[in-house]
Design a protein around this ligand. Structure first.
Ligand SMILES: [Zn+2]
Length: 259
């Protein structure tokens, strides 16, 4: 089983899908889980922001969503996100597959409140899934950055100029509101996780080009819509490449992590 978090536009991709409500110790998932097949593989899909986009980034039930995937037997989670670029060369319309995050959210980000568990986050995204996503994007002729650091902010507002300048000064590549804590929650349950992000804007703009306006909901949605078919194609082509059995370290994340 491969778990996918993305926009509700993905419903149309799944063959013979059935919907299931999964009860979790962390409440309901953002949407019923749609279980079906993509390219012959078993897939479970959750619309991260809800079927009607009723969950803004700071209200997404991240723990319930990740727990439900584990409950269904998913070993891998692939997600799609939108992001802002903090670097000129990472342009709107490009794809990027981050390999590092910087957490700037204030969210519940562990399943282990009653025992002491220190998982490693030195390589938080699954290297096998990342390679599949970036190679699939490149094969389709999409411009793709195969690595990068995403700073994940709390939202729902966009950044101030000062915040954005700080993130750029740290060398971060892109900015997003949803990849954290999904990435570490998946690791805590020994699932592989990777995300492919479509660049929709330049965050607050570019110092070198004052004609580029700061991000607005209208412009990011418009760029996202223009690219949604590419995102779908990428997922449909990537799913059959996911190995049936895992050789990466993600599956052993809890080895020696519990005290
Ligand atoms: Zn992995």
């Amino acid at each position: 089983m491969i778990g996918i978090f993305g926009g509700s536009g993905f419903y149309s991709l799944m063959e013979s899908a059935k919907e299931k409500m999964i009860q979790t110790p962390y409440g309901n998932t953002s949407s019923p889980v749609r279980i079906g097949k993509i390219a012959g593989r078993d897939v479970a899909f959750i619309a991260r922001h809800g079927a009607k986009h009723e969950y803004p980034p700071h209200k997404v039930p991240f723990r319930a969503n990740v727990w439900a995937m584990k409950e269904l037997g998913a070993e891998c989670i692939i997600t799609t996100t939108a992001c802002g670029s903090l670097k000129k060369e990472i342009m709107p319309g490009d794809f990027i597959v981050p390999d590092q995050f910087f957490n700037a959210t204030r969210r519940k980000d562990t399943f282990y409140d009653a025992e002491t568990v220190h998982i490693s986050a030195h390589e938080p995204y699954c290297p096998v899934l990342r390679k599949i996503l970036s190679e699939t994007a490149a094969k389709n002729g999409f411009r793709v950055h195969p690595s990068g650091t995403v700073v994940v902010i709390q939202g729902p507002r966009f950044s101030s100029r000062a915040e954005s300048a700080f993130f750029r000064s740290q060398g971060f590549d892109i900015i997003n509101m949803t990849q954290y804590p999904e990435v570490v929650l998946a690791r805590e349950l020994e699932m592989c996780y990777a995300s492919v992000s479509i660049v929709t804007d330049y965050d607050v703009g570019l110092h070198s080009d004052p004609s580029i306006p700061p991000v607005s909901t209208e412009n990011y949605l418009s760029v996202f819509k223009q690219n949604v078919e590419k995102v779908k194609k990428l997922i449909v082509d990537a799913v059959p490449c996911v190995p049936e059995s895992r050789a990466c370290a993600c599956k052993d994340a809890l080895d020696g992590a519990k005290i």
